[in-house]
Ligand binder design. Structure first.
Ligand code: 13P
Length: 250
C-alpha cells in the first residue's frame, strides 16, 4: 500500500511566529483527518527549528525546501543537508520548478543535492513538471521523462525506496489553473511507468504527489485517481483549515 501524503510547501512565506502559529493550528485540527494521511510541512529554513518544536508530540513531519550541493565548507549562504537533518527534518524538496527556473537548478546540481539528502537520512521530494509551452507542444511526457532519467535513474534501489515524487505542472502553480484529475492521472501513470522501466515493481510503492493550485475544492477528485498519492500544496498550505481540508480529500 502506497503512502498517502499531503505536504505543504510554504515557500518564502510566514515570519517565524506566524509559522509556529500555523504549525500549531495544523496540530490542533489534525485529529479530524484520517490517521492514514502523512502530513509534512516545509517552512523556510529560518524557522524550521521552531516549527519542529511546535510539532513535537504530533505525527506531522517537517521538510526543508532545498539543500546545498556540498556537505559543508566555504559556500556562503548555502544550507547543508546535515544541518537540516540536525534540526529534525525528515524530508527535503528538491528540484522545485521555482528553483529550476529562477536559480538555474539543473540535473547536474540536483544529482549532488540528492546525494547529500540521502547521505544525511533525508527523504527527497523530487519535483518534476513541464511549463505551458511544453504542455502546448505536447512535450510534457518527454520533459518529465528526462527530469526523471537524468536524476532518479542514478539512484540505487535502496535510495529509490525512500523517494517521493511531486508532479507539478508549472502552468498550474499559483495560477489557480489546476490540471484536471484526468490530466493528473494520465501523467502520474506515465511517471510510474518510467520509474518501473528502471526500478521494476518498486515503482508501485513510490508515492507520486500532484502539485499546482491544489485546494480543498479539487483535492478529493484528484486524490481519487489511482496513481495520485497526495499533494504538494503551496498557497493553500498557508491556512491550516485549507491544508487540513485537503487532507480530508482522501
Ligand atoms: P500552489 O499550490 O500555490 O499552486 O503551489 C504549488 C507548489 O508549487 C507546491 O510546491
Amino acid at each position: 500500500m502506497r503512502k498517502k501524503i499531503v505536504a505543504g510547501n510554504w515557500k518564502m512565506n510566514t515570519l517565524p511566529a506566524e509559522g509556529v502559529e500555523l504549525a500549531k493550528s495544523v496540530v490542533a485540527g489534525r485529529g479530524e483527518v484520517c490517521s492514514c494521511v502523512n502530513f509534512i510541512v516545509c517552512p523556510p529554513f529560518t524557522h524550521i527549528s521552531e516549527v519542529v518544536k511546535a510539532l513535537e508530540g504530533s505525527d506531522i513531519a517537517v521538510g526543508a525546501q532545498d539543500c546545498a550541493t556540498e556537505a559543508k565548507g566555504a559556500y556562503t549562504g548555502e544550507v547543508a543537508a546535515q544541518m537540516i537533518a540536525a534540526l529534525g527534518c525528515k524530508y527535503v524538496i528538491l528540484g522545485h520548478s521555482e528553483r529550476r527556473q529562477y536559480y538555474g537548478e539543473t540535473s547536474e546540481t540536483l544529482n549532488k543535492k540528492m546525494a547529500q539528502a540521502y547521505a544525511n537520512g533525508l527523504t527527497p521530494i523530487y519535483c518534476v513538471g513541464e511549463n505551458l509551452d511544453e504542455r502546448e507542444a505536447g512535450e510534457h511526457f518527454n520533459v518529465v521523462k528526462a527530469q526523471i532519467e537524468e536524476v532518479v535513474y542514478n539512484l540505487t534501489e535502496e535510495q529509490f525506496a525512500n523517494l517521493v515524487i511531486a508532479y507539478e505542472p508549472v502552468w498550474a502553480i499559483g495560477t489557480g489553473k489546476t490540471a484536471t484529475a484526468e490530466q493528473a492521472q494520465e501523467i502520474h501513470a506515465y511517471i510510474r511507468k518510467v520509474l518501473a522501466d528502471k526500478f521494476g515493481a518498486a515503482a508501485e510503492e513510490c508515492a507520486i504527489l500532484y502539485g499546482g493550485s491544489c485546494k480543498p475544492s479539487n483535492a478529493a477528485e484528484i486524490f481519487a485517481k489511482e496513481d495520485v498519492d497526495g499533494g504538494l500544496i503551496g498557497g493553500a498550505a498557508l491556512k491550516a483549515e485549507d491544508f487540513l481540508a485537503i487532507g480530508k480529500g482522501f
